[in-house]
Design a protein around this ligand. Structure first.
Ligand SMILES: Nc1ncnc2c1ncn2[C@@H]1O[C@H](COP(=O)(O)OP(=O)(O)OP(=O)(O)O)[C@@H](O)[C@H]1O
Ligand SMILES: [Mg+2]
Length: 394
């Protein structure tokens, strides 16, 4: 075991706060007798003088008298600690009293010494003890600060995980709805020919694969540890991704007697996380279907926008959005939320998630809408870029 280096090996600077000249002389003598290294004594007669000295220079220890004329050493100490003075303090008193001892340590004294019983050996020991006690107090304070910091970080991760969970639960609803509507179609249409049934089963299989991927993402150890979803972006054929999502929603459109169309102009590859971007498109298309009546059309368009961007838009002829709701549309759980035309549920999360994902792709999402006439949501993405990973922080 390594022996800790004792402060005896070095010089000592002491602030003696005492109004009694004789006492100061005795204390100074004891200090010189007990401490083998050089001792420098600075004297203060009262609290104000002590405060000035403490402000001006640093001391190894403060020997503080309990009776400072009209002042109490305890008040002086309390005020000094309140100002952030972190020096080891030994409280000295001529009339040893248990209550004073307790009050002194509550005020921040590191040790307490009865002047009458003091000797060089006892004083030296008290100083050493006070220094080591103060070191312990400082370490404890630092550990507490570190604990508070870790706690804050844990609370942040916990909040972010809740948001991620909420997002995943929300986005699982779409593929479940798709599987459900196709399953109903299969169950109620025994006349469906082999190829058609095979296509439906394939769409159901893809929806299930999508859900599994989402759950895998969520259970991914790094997601759990960091509270952050990673987008795995790579150059993709946007039209193909959008076509897949449109196909998944045809049963839903058919059930509401809405025509769902896709028009694609040739566009250069864009860097997206296909699974995440499918969620964005699913949210927009599901909204268009949800807020439209039978006999209307929903048109999904993929087209270039200028030289270096690509747009995807979803237009409907549905109920539209009142002008006053437009500025708040992308905020989570906004009051703009309304049930769908067939009573579909509404949590008001879809657009908030879509915006976050689109922005993590370096893109924008905008809406134009008129109440009663329909809405168009437009996503614009930059073209090009190599495969990479970016965080989708909640
Ligand atoms: N195509 C649309 N036509 C009319 N209103 C829309 C359309 N898309 C969104 N809205 C309005 O914006 C609100 C927010 O949409 P958002 O997708 O964020 O949530 P939601 O559809 O209500 O619920 P969910 O969380 O299930 O998606 C909706 O409640 C609705 O009032
Ligand atoms: Mg929605």
């Amino acid at each position: 075991m390594e022996l800790a280096q004792t402060p005896r090996a070095r010089s000592l600077s002491v602030l003696v706060v005492d109004d009694n000249d004789v006492d100061v002389d005795v204390t100074t003598e004891n200090l010189h007798a007990a401490w083998p290294g050089p001792v420098r004594v600075t004297r203060a007669r009262d609290g104000a003088e002590a405060a000035r000295s403490l402000e001006r220079e640093t001391f190894d220890v403060c020997l503080l008298d309990y009776h400072l004329g009209a002042e109490s050493g305890i008040d002086v100490l309390r005020a000094a600690r309140a100002r952030g003075t972190d020096i080891p303090v030994v409280m000295l008193t001529a009339d040893a009293d248990h209550d004073v001892d307790v009050a002194a340590s509550a005020a921040g004294a590191d040790d307490y010494l009865d002047k009458c019983r003091s000797s060089p050996v006892i004083l030296e020991r008290a100083i050493r003890y006070a220094m080591s006690h103060r070191r312990g107090v400082r370490e404890l304070r630092e550990q507490n600060l570190e604990l508070a910091r870790v706690n804050l970080e844990l609370e942040r991760l916990d909040r972010e995980k809740n948001v991620l969970l909420g997002m995943a639960a929300h986005d699982l609803r779409n593929p479940i709805g798709i599987v459900q509507s196709y399953a109903e179609l299969l169950a109620t249409s025994p006349e469906l020919a082999g190829t058609e049934a095979a296509e439906i089963l394939e769409t159901m299989r893809r929806s299930c694969a999508h859900m599994t991927a989402m759950i895998d993402d969520l259970l991914d150890v790094s997601t759990i540890a960091s509270g952050t979803l990673l987008l795995e972006r790579r150059p993709c054929d946007l039209a193909e991704v959008v076509r897949g999502v449109v196909a998944q929603h045809t049963a839903m459109a058919d059930a509401k007697k809405i025509v769902l169309e896709l028009t694609c102009l040739p566009v250069p590859p864009v860097r997206i996380d296909p699974a995440r971007f499918e969620q964005v498109m699913a949210n927009l298309i599901a909204n268009a279907l949800k807020y439209s009546h039978a006999g209307t059309r929903v048109i999904v368009r993929v087209a270039p926008r200028g030289e270096d961007r690509v747009l995807v838009s979803v237009s409907d002829q549905g109920i539209g959005i009142a002008a006053e709701f437009l500025p708040r549309l992308f905020r989570p759980f906004e009051r703009a939320q309304r049930a769908g035309t067939s009573g579909e549920k509404s949590t008001g999360l879809g657009l908030a998630i879509a915006q976050r994902v689109v922005e993590a792709h370096g893109g924008t999402i905008e809406v134009s809408s008129r109440s009663g006439e329909g809405s168009t949501f437009t996503v614009v993405l930059p073209v090009g870029g190599d495969a990479d990973r970016v965080a989708l922080s909640p």
